[in-house]
Write a protein that binds this ligand. Structure first.
Ligand code: ZN
Length: 187
């Protein structure tokens, strides 16, 4: 390390040491509630064709259930979740918390499943939830085990709680291996 680098590092340390008591006393004088860190996750549903509104609805359902996350439509190139439409089965390839490629497959829609619920389910994978085929309509991750008549888009409290934990650092944003969820709504 050069002398110049050492002196600038020292100056930075001293500077921070000087600032610390000031910020500390300001906080002590006016106690404020602990800020809630909101994790903004950008998604791109512009390629989701006829399912774009369904994806927006699914995203809103998650935002409402988990106040510490904010799924927002992306502008220019910032999306970490991309949603497409095709004629296959709905599926998600996840590369980390809030990082995924989703296909809104038409097979499940043709079978009668409700598109906003499919979107909310696939977004659940993008937020780190596995499939949970417990047959219950009040769980999003039950997928095809719940009846096609089920139109619930809100996650169950336990699903919301897990996503909150995932967002809080329980789950990495970069998996070493891609996770594939392909049998979501397939009988
Ligand atoms: Zn699934």
């Amino acid at each position: 390390m050069s002398f110049r680098k050492i002196t600038s590092a020292l100056a930075l340390t001293l500077g921070l040491a000087f600032l610390a008591p000031f910020t500390g006393s300001a906080t002590a004088a006016t106690p404020a509630p602990a800020p809630v860190a909101v994790r903004t996750i950008y998604y791109d549903a512009t390629q989701a064709q006829e399912f774009k509104a369904a994806v927006d609805e699914g995203a809103e359902a998650w935002n409402k259930a988990v106040p510490t996350i904010s799924l927002k439509p992306a502008t220019a190139g910032q999306a970490t979740i991309r949603v497409y439409a095709d004629n296959g089965w709905p599926r998600t390839m996840s590369q980390g918390f809030g990082r995924a490629t989703i296909y809104m497959g038409r097979e499940a829609v043709n079978d009668g499943f409700y598109p906003p619920r499919i979107a909310a389910h696939e977004l659940g994978h993008a937020l780190g939830l596995p499939d949970n085929r417990n047959g219950r309509c009040d769980y999003l991750m039950s997928g095809h085990s719940s009846p096609t008549s089920c139109k619930v888009t809100a996650p169950h409290a336990t699903e919301a709680a897990q996503v909150k934990r995932n967002a809080g650092g329980f789950l990495s944003t970069t998996f070493t291996r891609q996770l594939q969820y392909t049998d979501c709504f397939k009988f």
